[in-house]
Design a protein around this ligand. Structure first.
Ligand code: GDP
Ligand code: IMO
Ligand code: MG
Length: 422
């Protein structure tokens, strides 16, 4: 069997959680391949809302196995909190949640370092979620990290103390920030203790054997391709590979195992944190999109920056990910518009281009917009593509032509069932 992939094509928060939760019933296993508690994936069903940070978005589907892959970084404190919320929702997860031994651990001092490093950057700060993501991946690639499997090791505490000591030395490089290390450490240790009972696996063997025996697997990405450490708007990015290649390294599956790649894109664009955003509407229009779309961070509560859909940006991330189909989300947010703008090209130094420049941070990009007629009606209750307003179908058709990929899923609201499948 092949492994299908769902990932974000913009700057995160495209609605991955909702789409994974919906599609999960078609699979046996959902596996997260990168990121950590910087992610906030929202699921809504039966009038209730859940936000997942580390746990895969298949957890609410009965009998489905959920794997936290080696590419993920885990904060025991967040994970314990999430497990509690899942348990409170009446979900039995113990036999359905597996954790790769090779996933790295976020220590309290990783969060401390994240905070100190961001504070020291002042106006240049990335706008990190302050969950310790950057410092943890730095220790992973720097070969200093602690892994989930280490919590079973007899010298776990020794390893912990050695890494913490390194961090405390590093912290001397930065101006002081307020962080109650003693308290955070006590919480962290207690949470590590309670995570010992979770099922640890060698995720790479587990998944390859599952695929060989005919199991259907869906890989769930966090963040979005424009936040990828290599291809995003560096340095305003996260610290992992959010693109399809990250599935191979973050789960231990070979490239020829990759099947469908479902890229998720909002019908407009958002970004939270600092960094370039060519189609940003830092004005009343952006305000309108934020309000209509409820664009506030699922992890940090920060208002998201809003702007128009950006074709050159999407073509870039479709190329990087080998996207085979698109799920277009939040189209309902545009319901009241008389005209729907979208950027078709960039103008750089007076020259029109469809290519994303080397350094968006240092390049003046003026997007060239076109508009599609709006549909100006509610999409509530529509699940059949043919019943969608003609203007909405026209808009979707324009995007498919511009992007060169079929839009197979259209999301018309936050609830699980608010979808049009083609
Ligand atoms: P993720 O990080 O990609 O999973 O996305 P988030 O959960 O951070 O943000 C997406 C937000 O949009 C959440 O509040 C969802 O409940 C909501 N949402 C998802 N799909 C739709 C949709 O089609 N329409 C509307 N109005 N809201 C949606
Ligand atoms: P989901 O999975 C949106 C952004 C942060 C910041 C930058 C680096 O919900 O789509 P980090 O904490 O990773 O060091 O922050 O990346 N960011 C996200 N933005 N959605 C996310 O995840 C994000 N995860 C990180 O705001 O700009
Ligand atoms: Mg999110």
């Amino acid at each position: 069997m092949k492994i299908d992939v769902i990932l974000g094509l913009q700057w995160g928060d495209e609605g991955k959680g909702k789409i994974v939760d919906f599609l999960a019933t078609r699979y046996d296993i959902v596996a997260r391949f990168q990121g950590g508690p910087n992610a906030g994936h929202t699921l809504k069903f039966d009038g209730k809302k859940y936000v997942l940070h580390t746990i895969p978005s298949g957890i609410f589907r009965e009998s489905l196995i959920n794997l936290i892959g080696n590419g993920v970084v885990i904060d025991p404190i967040t994970l314990v909190k999430e497990l509690k919320s899942v348990e409170d929702a009446g979900v039995e997860y113990r036999h359905r949640l597996l954790i790769s031994r090779k996933a790295h651990l976020i220590l309290p001092t990783h969060r401390y370092l994240d905070l100190a490093s961001e504070s020291a950057k002042g106006k240049e700060k990335i706008g990190s979620t302050l969950k310790g993501i950057g410092p943890t991946y730095m220790d992973k690639t720097g070969r200093n990290g602690l892994r989930f499997g280490d919590i079973q090791s007899p010298n776990f505490l020794q390893k912990y103390e050695a890494l913490k000591a390194k961090h405390l030395t590093l912290l001397n490089l930065y101006p002081e920030v307020a962080f109650d290390l003693e308290q955070e450490e006590a919480r962290w240790m207690a949470c590590v203790e309670s995570l010992r009972e979770l099922q640890q696996v060698d995720g790479e063997y587990y998944l390859n054997q599952a695929l060989d025996s005919g199991k259907r697997v869906l890989a769930e990405g966090a963040q979005g391709a424009m936040l990828d450490i290599d291809f995003g708007t560096y340095p305003y990015v996260t610290s992992s590979n959010t693109v399809t290649a990250g599935v191979c390294s973050g789960l231990g599956v070979a490239p020829q195992r990759i099947g469908e790649v479902i890229g998720i894109a909002k019908a407009y664009c958002t970004r939270v944190g600092a960094g370039p955003f060519p189609t940003e509407q830092d004005n009343e229009t952006g305000e309108f999109l934020r309000k209509e779309g409820g664009e506030f961070g699922a992890t940090t509560g920060r208002p998201r920056r809003c702007g128009w859909l950006d074709v050159p940006q999407l073509r870039y991330t479709i190329m990087l990910n080998g996207v085979t189909q698109i799920a277009l989300t939040k189209i309902d947010v545009l319901n009241s518009l008389a005209e729907v703008p979208y950027a078709v090209n960039y103008r750089v130094d007076g020259v029109e281009t469809g290519q994303v420049p080397y350094d968006l941070c240092d390049t003046d990009v003026a997007p060239a917009y076109e508009t599609a007629p709006g549909w100006q009606q509610s999409l509530d209750g529509i699940t059949d593509y043919e019943k969608m307003p003609a203007e909405a179908r026209h808009y979707i058709g324009l995007l498919e032509t511009a992007l060169g990929v079929r839009i197979s899923i259209i999301s018309t609201g936050p609830e699980r069932q608010e979808l049009v499948l083609r």
